[in-house]
Write a protein of this length. Structure first.
Length: 229
């Protein structure tokens, strides 16, 4: 299920009257960025839902309803390159040179993303993906969003923050906790934790890690929006 919330930053990228669509898969990724922005804006936050299927459906609907001047596809990514740590920001597909410069100035670094059909859960999986693809990070939505934007001649960029580094296992196999619509099932999550209560501490640490990562991403996005006019 997707959700659109209209928000306005201090400045928009490019023309101050242009519309920027900033996509996140889930609200936890978007929350600090949403909180940092004033209430009136030419920026729209789109929660696409997880995975390429939800992302494709949401972005097609959004750009058909109101075609933006720029799309940023943002959120968490798993690290594949061994030196990347939680809170590091990578970007790719920045078709606007001004945007690429603003991202670099905000301490984001260019990188390669691999878009997967499933969550990479273990360090071993991430090591295998790194070996096969040469990518720096893995996520699930940006490739399809960027492809659809290219089809519609909309400038785009991927801006992602590392949540779990390459050498770190996730506490649970989240692929087994999803519904048929690629949404997290809290019933399945509760059942999994009931069977493995020792995972609760690790899950709480991941939650804190996700808050730190989302805040780092929000700072970069806010800086880019301010500096790109």
């Amino acid at each position: 299920m997707s959700e659109q919330t209209t928000l306005k930053p201090p400045h928009s990228i490019g023309n101050s009257d242009s519309k920027t669509l900033v996509c996140f898969a889930v609200k936890e990724e978007a929350a600090p960025f949403q909180k940092a922005l004033p209430p009136a804006s030419s920026v729209t936050i789109l929660l696409t839902g997880m995975g390429p299927r939800n992302a494709a459906k949401s972005i097609r609907q959004a750009i058909t309803t109101d075609k933006p001047a720029l799309v940023l596809t943002c959120g968490f990514a798993g690290g594949l390159r061994p030196d990347l740590k939680t809170g590091d920001i990578l970007f790719a597909n920045a078709t606007d040179p001004q945007l690429a410069t603003a991202l670099t100035s905000a301490a984001a670094q260019p990188g390669r993303f691999h878009c997967a059909e499933r969550v990479a859960v273990t360090a071993a999986e991430k090591q295998e993906l790194r070996s096969k693809t040469g990518a720096d990070a893995v996520e699930m939505e940006s490739a399809i969003i960027c492809a659809i934007c290219r089809e519609n001649e909309i400038p785009t960029a991927t801006v992602r923050v590392i949540l779990d580094p390459a050498n770190e296992d996730l506490p649970l196999d989240f692929n087994k906790l999803m519904t048929a619509d690629d949404e997290l099932s809290y019933t399945k999550l509760s059942a999994a934790l009931a069977l493995a209560p020792g995972k609760i501490g690790a899950l709480l640490r991941l939650q804190k890690q996700s808050q730190t990562a989302a805040q780092a991403l929000a700072r970069v996005l806010e800086s880019v929006l301010k500096s790109s006019t």
